[in-house]
Design a protein around this ligand. Structure first.
Ligand code: HSE
Length: 314
């Protein structure tokens, strides 16, 4: 807490995989790497300023009202009645923007965790989550919680209810490893949300909630086969997969290489796999990268354990 005493702090918050295939808008988990970093410091000015954004190629807005990281800090100060306090923020993007890996959530959570630490943890996590969801609304038009919850709480998170917000932390089976591959194609969350069906037949809902329940049981029982066979989505994936070239070819290759399950990370274009060991996770990552390469699509990739702690002071 040395940083806190000096009125300045640097925080890391992790990338996240939302939906986890079967749990659209209600399941997500955090990974150890990548993640974003934010420096927050008190200033004599009476406003929130965004000093600089590094690593975003100039994509993100510097206007404090428009950037999620500063917008949530402004809302934090309003909520706590500290509107007279000046805060300067600096954002270090350490992951691609618009990737489906919870980029906006990582920045938002890093900003909120930083300001809350400077204020001696004045707001509890459930209040921070509500503020973070507002940040998601600003970033993509909808305040979903399946990136911000695991980014803030670490591990796997279940959004049992949105109204009232009820987020449950789920256990992390030992040795679960995530492969994340971000192909260099553009998929906007707004668009990826617009194209999905708004109504589903009851028989599809039955299959889907069976898989959600199976996945969660698998986490509790550390039953990797159950986790794997529950990673199926008959509602969202068939629609969104058209945005990712050769999605089902990639999925089959990943499963053949030993993935427990494979799917779209959040709204894409990143794809992910869960595996039981690091070697398998690396193999899957290489297979998927090579396939994208064969289509002249470059990609970034990460192999990571599940992040259990959420944001941290660095
Ligand atoms: N659950 C959200 C979606 C996550 O799939 O649209 C966005 O990253």
């Amino acid at each position: 807490m040395i940083f806190h005493d000096s009125g300045s702090i640097k925080v890391f918050a992790p990338a996240t995989v939302a939906n986890v295939v079967c749990g659209f808008d209600i399941l997500g988990f955090a990974v150890d790497t990548p993640g974003d970093e934010v420096i927050a410091r008190f200033t004599d000015k009476r406003s929130v300023t965004l000093k600089a954004i590094h690593g975003d190629d100039g994509i993100l807005p510097l206007d404090p009202e428009k950037n999620t990281v500063s917008a949530v800090v402004i809302n934090y100060l309003k909520k706590t009645g500290e509107t007279g306090q000046g805060v300067e923020l600096e954002l270090f993007k350490k992951m691609p923007v618009g990737s489906g890996m919870g980029s906006s959530a990582a920045s938002t959570v890093a900003g909120l965790f930083a300001i809350n630490t400077l204020y001696d943890n004045r707001l509890p996590y459930n209040e921070l989550l509500l503020l973070a969801m507002e940040g998601e609304r600003l970033a993509c038009g909808q305040g979903h919680a399946d990136n911000v919850s695991p980014a803030l709480l670490g591990g796997f998170a279940l959004i049992r209810s949105y109204d009232p917000l009820d987020v449950i932390r789920l256990p992390v089976p030992k040795g679960l490893v995530c492969s994340l591959i971000h192909p260099h194609i553009e998929v906007q969350t707004r668009e990826a949300r617009r194209i999905i069906r708004k109504q589903i037949p009851l028989k599809d809902a039955v299959i889907q909630w069976g898989n959600v329940a199976g996945f969660i049981s698998g986490l509790y029982q550390e039953d990797y086969d159950l986790i794997g066979r529950s990673m199926q989505d008959i509602i969202i994936e068939p629609v969104r997969s058209i945005l990712i070239p050769d999605f089902y070819v990639l999925k089959q290759k990943a499963l053949n290489a030993g993935a427990l399950g494979f799917g779209i990370s959040g709204s894409g274009p990143a794809v992910f796999a869960l595996s039981r060991d690091e070697q398998t996770a690396h193999e899957i990552t290489n297979i998927v990268k090579r396939h994208f390469q064969s289509q002249d699509i470059g990609s970034d990739s990460y192999v990571s354990f599940i992040n259990k702690e959420g944001p941290r002071i660095i």
